[in-house]
Design a protein around this ligand. Structure first.
Ligand SMILES: C[S@@+](CC[C@H](N)C(=O)[O-])C[C@H]1O[C@@H](n2cnc3c(N)ncnc32)[C@H](O)[C@@H]1O
Length: 155
């Protein structure tokens, strides 16, 4: 199994990137005994102003072939954290690769939506993409702790 996050835009060094790194490190440590790999983050940037279509092409290149494609989108499904953890366990148990995709200022192109396996919302409000990276990294770490039975997540 491999887990990727493909995101539009470059995250500069700062509080958000420190939080993403911290949660991804914590995920790597918690995931070791669970058969979950370290998560790879790939950033793409279209400098020619080609909009969502150009970003979609760059994202498509960053998505490993055969991966389960999960789009982060405010219009998507809103799973609970335990449900999200169960999905993660299912992909691991099925030896599936999974790639989470975060869009840019205009969102994600229809060509990506058409091939998405799952669209996940972190609530109906729109968040800046750098905060979505932090929140996704935290939910992945939370999912690992749920699978490990660690007392991080509380209902
Ligand atoms: C600034 S938002 C773009 C919003 C854009 N208006 C749209 O229609 O998608 C940048 C990216 O952050 C992610 N995002 C923002 N809010 C989200 C939410 N509530 N749930 C999941 N992902 C979200 C999406 O991947 C989105 O493409």
């Amino acid at each position: 199994m491999r887990i990727d996050i493909a995101a539009v835009g470059r995250l500069r060094k700062g509080p958000e990137s420190a939080m993403v790194d911290d949660y991804l490190d914590r995920f790597a440590k918690a995931g070791r005994s669970l058969g979950l790999p370290r998560i790879t983050m790939t950033e793409v940037e279209d400098k020619r102003g080609g909009g969502m279509a150009a970003e979609a092409e760059l994202l498509a290149r960053a998505i490993p072939a055969g991966s389960v494609l999960v789009l982060m989108d405010e219009r998507g499904e809103q799973p609970t954290s335990p449900d999200f953890a169960l999905r993660l366990a299912g992909w691991r148990d099925g030896a599936r690769d999974v790639c989470f995709v975060i869009g840019g200022a205009d969102g994600l192109d229809a060509s990506l939506r058409a091939r998405a396996d799952w669209q996940v919302s972190l609530g109906r409000m729109v968040w800046p993409h750098m905060l979505v990276r932090v929140m996704l990294a935290e939910q992945l770490y939370r999912a690992a702790t749920i699978l490990a039975g660690a007392p991080y997540h509380r209902e």
